[in-house]
Design a protein around this ligand. Sequence first.
Ligand SMILES: [Fe+2]
Ligand SMILES: [Fe+2]
Length: 120
Amino acid sequence: MKRNNLLNYEEIDDLHSEFLEIYNSVDLLDINSYIQKLISLLEHSKVHFKIEEDLMDKYNYPAKREHKDEHQKVLAEMEYFIKSSNSLFGKKMLKAYFKEKLGDWFDLHLISMDSDLTAY
Ligand SMILES: [Fe+2]
Ligand SMILES: [Fe+2]
């Protein structure tokens, strides 16, 4: 995860800092902690994305369709891995998603779509 995640738009920067705080607070030795943190991140992201999407609508942001689709996609992924986490296999898949994909997704989304939105 990147350390410098500021886009100089306070409300969104705060949401991103909170996301990273939750993400980084996972107990690496406890597989159930990954599930709990992903549930927290899902709830946090619903609020976070809604705030960004309201801004897109308010300012008629031209790339809002693509940006909203990207939000929907990652919410659906999080929901999928949470729903599948009853079995040991599902837990392992969730942990791999959390470690190998979600953090990178966040960094990439921040420097591409969110940075474009806040610049606009
Ligand atoms: Fe964001
Ligand atoms: Fe976003």
